[in-house]
Design a protein around this ligand. Structure first.
Ligand SMILES: *Cc1c(COP(=O)(O)O)cnc(C)c1O
Length: 479
């Protein structure tokens, strides 16, 4: 399997690469995102075989089946070992790894947030940690991951990379601005290869520092700086697996269809659903749920994609969906436009840079977003979240987090009789305790392994908004 850029010229031979070549890379050199040059097709016979694999051998074995269609430069036995050691009951809490919970007749929750940091990002990041360690050892290289986080991504990356050979993590976060639980999760890690840097500023300051360091090409090369952001193809690919696992739990035969609703921010999670659907998984609808930051809902309703400025980006009670633009969205638009890289380049490279928007509303392709690709959307507000959290607790005795609540609210607007609707549960309520208390008047359930985590010793370095100091610290650790 070869990978090409979403901005690759449609004529001539595009610059294509194998999986391990793009594993440690971010954007393609032309500014596009990597995608496989075609989607492997899964027949009904294969689906039935995979159903058996999942039910009898488990999630890790299913992951190996899916991933081996996309990775041809890691020996099968090694890839299988990586999948099996990543997805264990020990790390993810249940044999199913992503257990399905029925709320009512045909409405389900798929639990993606039972990993070490209690958010769905563990599903991909845990695999990435093992893939990185494997590939770096094979090359005899070292990688220094530099990131910026306001919560979920940073902690998922740290828990995935802790203790891994060949990898150091330098994670910046805005000092004092994460929830006490999130700070405790990250700062209590004592592993020598994990470095928390609290920046005396806001999240944008952290991101600017990461950009400034990455733009210093000499420093980047000398200190082997890499990232683990959501545009990484390996993360997206890992997420494809749980769409299959959800499907197998909700159905008995591959003649049945299901729909998924996905609480969305950067469009990574739901894009994995799109890939699963393109492979032939019988998905009826892919429902994109947003919060007040409705960039994606606006697109799927009108065809207008309009990047928000910072004044227009709201801080909400589902903060992991507070985005101004959706960094993985370009992948879907590439498929929507018949894989016309030149057009994608004109839209995402030129139009967005110049005017911050583009409009496909009058385009025939836009009508296909729903009819051919199954995409529909909706949005949810703080009041909706409170209502949904209350209603779900009252009627089913199930406590859901704020992001999952956005999903459930929008899912209910898109139910089809006879087709199971699966809402992706993207975090556990303990991560967003304040809103749970507001909705229910009682604190969320706390998994036993997180008892007293706020009182553990903390390892964190506080720095002003100063690129030179961050660089100096990285250099000092690499000496
Ligand atoms: C990251 C995140 C999301 C958004 O996922 P995308 O892949 O960026 O669309 C939703 N919910 C939670 C809890 C998250 O951490």
């Amino acid at each position: 399997m070869l990978y090409l850029s979403t901005r690759a010229a449609p004529t001539g031979s595009p610059d294509v690469k194998h999986f391990c070549e793009i594993l440690l890379e971010g954007l393609a050199p032309d500014g596009g995102l990597y995608l496989p040059e075609r989607y492997p097709q899964v027949t009904a016979t294969t689906l039935e075989a995979w159903r058996k694999v999942y039910l009898e051998q488990g999630y890790g074995a299913l992951a190996f089946e899916v991933l081996s269609l996309y990775i041809d430069d890691i020996p099968a036995a090694d890839l299988k070992a990586i999948c099996l050691k990543t997805y264990t009951q020990d790390v993810f809490g249940t044999k199913e790894i992503v257990p399905l919970k029925r709320l009512e007749s045909n409405l389900y929750l798929e639990g993606l947030s039972n990993g070490p940091t209690l958010a769905f990002k563990d599903m991909a990041m845990q695999l990435l940690g093992n893939l990185f360690e494997y590939e770096l050892a094979r090359r005899g290289e070292q990688l220094n991951i530099l990131g910026a986080t306001s919560g979920d991504t940073g902690s998922a990356a740290e828990y995935a990379m802790r203790g891994k050979k060949g990898v150091r993590v330098f994670m910046t976060s805005p000092a004092g601005r994460m929830s006490p639980f999130q700070q405790a999760q990250m700062f209590s890690l004592m592993d020598a290869n994990i470095h928390n840097i609290a920046i005396e500023g806001v999240f944008d300051d952290c991101q600017d520092i990461v950009k400034a360091v990455s733009n210093d090409l000499e420093f980047k090369r000398k200190y082997k700086i890499g990232t683990v952001n959501s545009i990484n193809w390996a993360r997206l690919m890992a997420q494809v697996v749980y769409y299959f696992a959800g499907y197998f739990q909700a159905t008995k035969t591959s003649a049945e269809k299901v729909s998924f609703t996905v609480p969305s921010g950067n469009f990574g999670n739901v894009c994995a659903g799109h890939v699963a659907r393109m492979m032939g998984l019988p998905i009826d609808k892919l429902v994109v749920a947003t919060n007040e930051n409705d960039v994606l809902d606006e697109f799927f309703r009108t065809g207008v994609y309009r990047v928000r400025g910072s004044a227009d980006t709201h801080e909400t009670s589902s903060p992991s969906m507070d985005i101004s633009k959706a960094s993985n969205f370009e992948r879907f638009v590439f498929d929507l436009l018949g894989r016309d890289g030149a057009r994608v380049k004109a839209l995402f490279g030129d139009a967005l840079n110049q005017t911050g928007r583009f409009d496909l509303g009058a385009d025939a392709a836009f009508k296909q977003a729903a009819s051919i690709y199954g995409f529909v959307s909706g949005k949810s507000t703080h009041a909706d979240r409170l209502d949904t959290i209350r209603d779900t607790f009252k009627r089913f005795g199930v406590m859901i987090d704020t992001h999952t609540a956005d999903g459930e609210k929008v899912a209910r607007e898109h139910l089809t009789p006879g087709i199971p609707m699966i809402v992706m549960e993207t975090a556990l309520p303990i991560k967003f305790a304040e809103t749970i208390v507001e909705a229910l008047g009682q604190p969320p359930h706390r998994p036993p392994q997180f008892e007293g985590i706020e009182n553990l010793p903390k390892k964190v370095l506080v720095m002003p908004v100063d690129v030179a100091q961050v660089k100096g610290y990285i250099a000092s650790q690499c000496a």
